[in-house]
Design a protein around this ligand. Structure first.
Ligand code: BTN
Length: 240
């Protein structure tokens, strides 16, 4: 496996995308800082030097493109479990992309995919974790936190990275080999921040309030609207 480590870069996801053609399946890109870290929905992702884990994985699985979104869930499960095992913190997954501790965000995942209708060229799974950050830019300080802030002590980033990669490899392989998502869904369900809660589902410019009933065996959200109708949500932004 290939590991590429930068001291500084614009964005590990951008690097992964721009170089995907000649990077091996499974390549991991890490940087001590990102000068133009990207979040979802066109937002910036603050990535100061030496504080967090800013990493991307380049994957080239031979699975239908519709399956590709599940790598986000696999990554969320891998990160959540690693944080819990290493720190004992009650980390929860805010479906589909965020990990929260005490209601504040410690990790975001940005999955970017390219390919044709029937074939994935590559998936870049970007993981940003606020590990030893002690301050945040204005605007996100009310909703963001770091593991150090919540745990009360500095955390060894290397140890966390190793656990995340080990967890991800195990979950990803059983998924790729048998399209088996059982363990991932078990983790996503057990540590869900949204099951039983009212959430706001944001799709483009439309928003509505629904209650989360469960997460199905494919990792999708089963929600109930006011009139008791159930439906499955495959993607979107969720706010509690
Ligand atoms: C989000 O919650 O909006 C997703 C944030 C994803 C941030 C990570 S940090 C490593 C990788 N490189 C980027 O530019 N973004 C992702």
């Amino acid at each position: 496996r290939e590991l590429i480590v930068f001291d500084s870069i614009d964005s590990t996801n951008t690097y992964g995308k721009n170089n995907a053609d000649h990077l091996m399946d499974g390549t991991i890109i890490l940087s001590e800082e990102q000068l133009a870290g990207r979040g979802r929905r066109g937002k910036d992702w603050s990535s100061p030097k030496g504080t967090g884990i800013w990493m991307s994985m380049v994957l080239k699985p031979d699975i239908p493109p519709t399956e590709g979104v599940k790598t986000t869930q696999i990554a969320a499960a891998a990160v959540c479990k690693a944080i819990r095992d290493l720190t004992g913190l009650d980390a929860l997954i805010k479906w589909p992309n965020d990990i929260v501790v005490n209601g504040r965000k410690v990790c975001g995942i940005l999955t970017e995919m390219a390919g044709q209708l029937n074939k994935i060229d590559y998936i870049v799974v970007g993981i940003g974790i606020n590990v030893n950050n002690t301050e945040f830019p204005e605007g996100i300080s009310a909703v963001a936190t770091s593991l150090q802030i919540e745990y009360g002590k500095k955390i060894d980033r290397k140890e966390l990275i190793v656990r995340i990669i080990k967890n991800f490899e195990a979950l990803y392989h059983s998924y790729i080999e048998n399209l088996n998502l059982t363990e991932v869904v078990a983790i996503v369900r057990d540590y869900s921040a949204v099951i039983g809660k009212e959430i706001k589902v944001i799709h483009g410019t439309s928003e509505r309030i629904v209650t989360v009933h469960d997460i199905d065996e494919e990792g999708f959200l089963i929600v109930e609207s006011g009139d008791g109708k159930r439906e499955v949500i495959f993607s979107g932004e969720v706010s509690i």
